[in-house]
Design a protein around this ligand. Sequence first.
Ligand code: CUK
Ligand code: CUA
Length: 866
Amino acid sequence: MSYRLSRFASLVLGSALSVTTLFGAGELDKVMKERGLTQADLLAAAKTYTPSGGRDKYIVFSSGGQSGQIMVYGVPSMRILKYIGVFTPEPWQGWGYDDDTKKILAQGNIRGKQITWGDTHHPALSETAGKYDGKWLVINDKANPRLAVIDLADFVTKQIVVNPVFKSDHGGAFFTPNSEYILEACQYAAPFDNNYHPIEEYKETYRGGVTVWKFDHEKGKIIPEESFTIEMPPYMQDLSDSGKAASNGWGFTNSFNSEMYTGGIEKGLPPFEAGMSRNDTDFLHMYNWKKLAELAKDDKNVKIINGHRVIPMNVAIKNDALFLIPEPKSPHGVDVSPDGKSIVVCGKLDTHATVYDFDKLMKAIKNKDYVGKDPYGIPILDLKKTMHCQAELGLGPLHNQYGKNWKDGEIYTSLYVDSQVVKWNYKTCKVEDRQNVNYNIGHLCGMEGKSADPQGDYIIALNKLAIDRFNEIGPLHPQNHQLIDIRGKKMQLLYDMPVPLGEPHQAVAIRASKLHTHVRYKMGTNAFTGEVHEGKTLAGQEKIVRKGNHVYVYGTVVRSHINPERVTVNKGDIVTFYLTNLERAQDETHGFTVDNYNIHTSLEPGKTVAATFKADMEGVFPYYCTEFCSALHLEMMGYLMVKDPNKKYTAAKKLKMAAMSPEQLKKEYEQTVAVNNATDKVIQSVVKFLKDNHYEKYPTVKALVVDALDQYGKIAEQKKKSDAAVKAGDLEKAILFENMIWQYMVKTADVGIRAKDLLVKKVAKPMSEAAKRGETAYLEGGCNGCHVIGKVSSGPDLTGVLQRHENGEQWVAEWIMHPEKMYENDYIKSMINYFNLKMPNQGMTEQQTKDIIEYLKWIDENANLF
Ligand code: CUK
Ligand code: CUA
């Protein structure tokens, strides 16, 4: 437990003594009173607060709802880390503003129509043996039936596929246990073909179904040619889940319009909502995707619709691969247990959750124990004979997640109408605990809570409304994700996080330790294909090539210039900027835009991008780097000049400007050289420190040093040019080259000092627990306000302070605890005089004082590093 946490803990335990001793003068009490916090609030804060630099245990991928994107955040801190551009443009990432990302977005065009929004619902993580493997993420778009594949090596969308027969989808994406396939169930039934069919022919020509997408688990690619759809009745298929372990090979999809009602409010008929909820039960569809995948390979088992393989219902029925099981009124969630033996279904309009027993389902199928057939001839199994138990949970049960003790029956269910999370037992169907949430929870997200390996720890309630939770920001409120601690017997609500992006129906969480992301791209990579980019350009290879009316710019970006800096084209030319970010340093990202031309790219280290546009406006257009990447970021720019070839331009009259005298020029030149020499000295001292401390042994430090030396290595060439200019008598030019040298030095120093700081941390002897506590006391006591380690500032340098006095430790201890008693001491008097300051009594306890002395000892041991 960290020091910080133990402080909170002792406080919550109510030890008044520890409060005053640790915080001094009831500082915490004051804050509590001011902010109206209870002790339970403090405990919740301690459970979620993540100090600067801290990391989260879990990473959550949340649907971004109507934004068509994905939101990534950490648990328990609930800090948002990223929005991933998926179905819609995301300007920062250049998603939809450069050639390669436009191509991926165009994969999502429907019948040639560009779709610029998405309604994302269900993200899914790829699995190996039913457990999350941290490789791929897939999400569906309900409005425009599409799936997208996101690569978790760089959190970038790599593929979008459009469902060829559905007009909307919902029950997807769900991976099969070894990611062989992804299930995507239809939502609103419609004709599979693209023709008009009157609604009076609903039962005959409208269809639902489940598309079983083949997935290349290695490459992270959906293979449409090897995918197929299982035709199903027009029952409005809804959420789905893939069987696993015991039930591997089967899929489960529920539905909510077994009435096959077709609405008609405008004709005086009762509305959809009434007609669709008339029956007491709807159907859970159970289908053997494994068997059907084999059947789908044979042409005689499939119909080709829109170029896609569809297995007709009668083929599935004949092969014992499709069944229906009644389930209570308007079901919504269906969630298979980690061992695949139980299938839990929630009825939105029922107060129950029903637990089906997979063994009983299989027994009924084997014995052909049917209660009848639906109008399409699909056998119906008996609800009573196949269920294990029903649990009375409350109003509007929607979705389920499993807890760490799932083997004993631990499960959590969201109650939409009651606005609650219920903890219950799916083996005994008994309710164990309830937690109110605000308001109207949809999904809930457990930590790997639907994989074969639920981790417990937390449940996140994904609430639809935020009503009274946050500051007023107008009629459109954010959504609200509430973090709940489920480690104890009782659930504890910890934190509310507003979600300002859209309605995130579902989120999935994975242990952060399972993710392994790239630090940078291999030089010249097309991030969207993983291959070498056709526009890859290395330093020195920059060029502008014209082919007919198409101008290709092969450029590079590196702190802090874009090469080339001037590009001149004719009005009407097509221009492609290929840009490669030559940086190797982590996080040294540049952005690129040409003003007024609506292109933008994000250039992470090593990446090559392409941006093509028609130069259809005459004029002068600055282009620039859009990330504040270095102290000279503003200078990282250039000009695109677009000339009209049919126009005659008259030259402007040159202004006469005052010129510098040769003496002034000489003085400026000498000053510039002197500054460079002084800067170089600083750099050399840093380099010596790095070498003396064997920076090469630490890969992260080494990467920085390599980058710094890379910058430094460019100086020689500039110096040559400067000297040549001096020789030719052009001091003006020489000064510019000397300035360039200085720029390289600044960049070297910038990275070099970062490397030094990092190295100090690596080579310093590890701190003892006492010294760590001492450092905290030192910092929180504000000692660093006057003392800087390694330097005399408003107070003396504390390096070596223990050696400066006889019985140093005792002397320092007394001085810290009772400084006022020593103000008359001659040495102290002289110091007070010198600094014109008195060391105040900071109210340190004996323990804190001891700890600080341990910290001072640690400083002395590492004195060479400061
Ligand atoms: S659905 Cu929205 S709350 Cu699309 Cu999974 Cu249930
Ligand atoms: Cu590169 Cu700013």
